[in-house]
Design a protein around this ligand. Structure first.
Ligand SMILES: Nc1ncnc2c1ncn2[C@@H]1O[C@H](COP(=O)(O)OP(=O)(O)OP(=O)(O)O)[C@@H](O)[C@H]1O
Length: 211
């Protein structure tokens, strides 16, 4: 599903990582690990079309995403990618339910009510769809972002410290949900400092180090 081939990224004169290659198949969880500042988020951003690599190629579903123009990037983000990032990218001034509805677009909204409720139940927020996002705790917002990903059902999930704001039970829930999404056919890449998350993944890349 994902094939990263010899990619390099520098900011100014500082090379974060060079000649990085790895593959992530459908059904797999892949961890990006390494010390703070080694470039894990930047690598996720490159996979997510939010940053450009300096050289090398990134194939996702057999398409070289580094060659995409603006319109193809937008379509690919909308149709193929799912982000679980630290700032959650939720709409604060809207309900939980609205945030889930936005993820599936107008066509999917009415027939997806059951899926919305099931996703909220799964992340421990059942029956709370009418609450406003800005009133939720950081960990609750992180779980809304996970529920949104579940209803979107992207082919590729990019997660940046997805257990960062959570207690250990909820951290385990997040990993279980991501594992389930992988079993349903998606490829998952997770940047993490958590040993628990790392050991729950199928493969690991030490970013900026020996690999
Ligand atoms: N747009 C940018 N311009 C210049 N430098 C940047 C930019 N984005 C990131 N950096 C630098 O690149 C380095 C790697 O950042 P990144 O966030 O990818 O690391 P990380 O491994 O995810 O760190 P952490 O574990 O602390 O989240 C940092 O030193 C950061 O300041």
């Amino acid at each position: 599903m994902i094939s990263v081939n010899g990619i390099t990224k520098s900011f100014g004169r500082r090379t974060l990582w060079s000649d990085v290659s790895f593959k992530v198949a459908q059904g797999q969880l892949h961890a990006l690990v390494g010390p703070s500042g080694c470039g894990k988020s930047t690598l996720l951003n490159c996979l997510g079309l939010l940053e450009q690599v300096d050289s090398g190629s990134i194939l996702i579903a057999d398409k070289d995403i580094t060659k995409f123009g603006a319109a193809a990037q937008r379509r690919f983000r909308r149709d193929t990618l799912g982000y679980l990032f630290q700032n959650y990218a939720l709409i604060d001034n809207a309900t939980i339910a609205f945030n889930l509805a936005v993820a599936v677009g107008a066509a999917g909204r009415s027939r997806r009510q059951d899926a919305f409720e099931a996703a909220l139940d799964r992340v421990g927020l059942g029956g709370r769809g009418k609450e406003m996002v800005y009133q939720l705790s950081g960990g609750e917002q992180q779980r809304v972002a996970l529920a949104r990903l579940m209803v979107k059902q992207p082919k590729v999930v990019l997660a940046d410290e997805p257990t960062g704001a959570l207690d250990s039970d909820n951290a385990t829930m997040v990993i279980n949900v991501l594992r389930r999404m992988a079993e349903d056919g998606c490829a998952v890449v997770i940047a993490t400092h958590s040993k628990h998350v790392e050991t729950s993944c199928d493969t690991t890349l030490l970013v900026g180090g020996a690999h």
